[in-house]
Design a protein. Structure first.
Length: 265
């Protein structure tokens, strides 16, 4: 009896400390992007989203896809959160790659979700699932390490020290840099949510392939700067990268709103 209890405790600890390949931006980052998206919805899209999500805001719904990973029934959604690129592509090369992409990944599933949500005939349960996943994945692919390398699990296997604690490159971009700002997600969103009309137009008209290209370019630069075992100076790393983090969070929110307006507005 005691042996079985010990095994269960050990298994739980193993699960807790395993690197989570598909946790992008962390809880706060997703909520920041979701709150930004809400500010750019058309009235029609806002009403449609509310009709599907009920009293749950986009900011709160944006983390559902990570929380549900605790339920094995949703394991099939795992590969939806990311797309691996094992080299630096030019934009034409990446477009060609994506044109031939038939894998279960963030790119193919984003296209699937947009197409499904435009249909009038799908059930309310499916609408809710698909909307939650669409929100989350659009935010995910703006976290650069979700367009990272297969071999290192999007930077999870690049072990570094952050604030004198063991961490990894993926985790720093998920949450380390965002938490370093010591702001609530509402304060953070308010701080960075400033766009021009030109930015809104440019970011919202860009195709998914452009989003992935931008993220992959950032990811490749991040890979070139860090090696496993590095002790990162959090203040210096933050100074060098926080503008990129903020721009990616802002783009995620703006583009999410653009997609939702296109589907529902």
């Amino acid at each position: 009896m005691k042996t079985n209890i010990f095994k269960k405790i050990l298994l739980g600890l193993v699960i807790i400390y395993l690197p989570v390949r598909s946790m992008a931006w962390g809880t706060e980052g997703h909520r920041i992007a979701g709150l930004i998206a809400e500010s750019y919805l058309t009235p029609k899209a806002r009403a449609a989203v509310s009709g599907i999500l009920g009293n749950t805001s986009i900011a709160i719904a944006s983390n559902w896809a990570d929380f549900i990973k605790s339920d094995p029934a949703f394991n099939y959604l795992y590969n939806w959160h990311f797309i691996d690129f094992d080299k630096r592509y030019t934009f034409p090369e990446l477009q060609l790659y994506l044109k031939q992409d038939t894998a279960v990944d963030a790119y193919t599933k984003l296209n699937f979700l947009v197409a499904e949500l435009k249909k009038k005939s799908i059930s309310n349960d499916k609408k809710q699932l698909y909307l939650r996943m669409l929100i989350h994945i659009i935010e995910d692919v703006h976290q650069p390490m979700h367009t990272g390398h297969t071999g290192d699990k999007g930077g999870n296997d690049i072990k570094v020290n952050w604030m004198n604690n063991p961490s990894n490159l993926h985790s720093i971009w998920d949450s380390g840099l965002i938490e370093f700002q010591q702001l609530s997600y509402t304060e953070y969103a308010k701080t960075i949510n400033h766009t021009t009309a030109a930015q809104l137009k440019e970011w919202q008209k860009s195709p998914i392939s452009q989003w992935l290209f931008e993220s992959n370019q950032i990811a490749e630069k991040l890979y070139s700067e860090v090696r496993s075992g590095d002790n990162l100076n959090a203040y210096k790393y933050n100074y060098n990268h926080i503008d990129v983090v903020n721009r990616q969070l802002l783009k995620a929110g703006v583009r999410l709103a653009g997609v939702l307006n296109g589907i529902f507005g």
